[in-house]
Design a protein around this ligand. Structure first.
Ligand SMILES: [Zn+2]
Length: 76
């Protein structure tokens, strides 16, 4: 199950929830119960990539800055 990230529009609290793919559109804020829209996190981007992690790294979104710990190091 993917982890989705949400930001409450009312109190700006950021929270994460494990949700099934079919139910990833909104969640209730744990603080004020307001319906909160999903925001794209790194985890979400990787989970939704058709090609998996390799696709996400090839997009230049990796934070390793060529440190050699991930697949993007060869491109820098
Ligand atoms: Zn809230």
């Amino acid at each position: 199950m993917p982890i989705y990230e949400y930001v409450c529009p009312s109190c700006q609290v950021k929270f994460e929830k494990l949700r099934p793919m079919s139910d990833g559109h909104a969640a209730q804020c744990p603080t004020c119960d307001a319906p909160s829209p999903r925001v794209l996190s790194v985890f979400t981007a990787i989970s939704n990539s058709p090609g998996g992690e390799a696709t996400a790294f090839a997009g230049g979104g990796c934070a390793c800055a060529g440190g050699g710990s991930c697949a993007c190091a060869g491109e820098a």
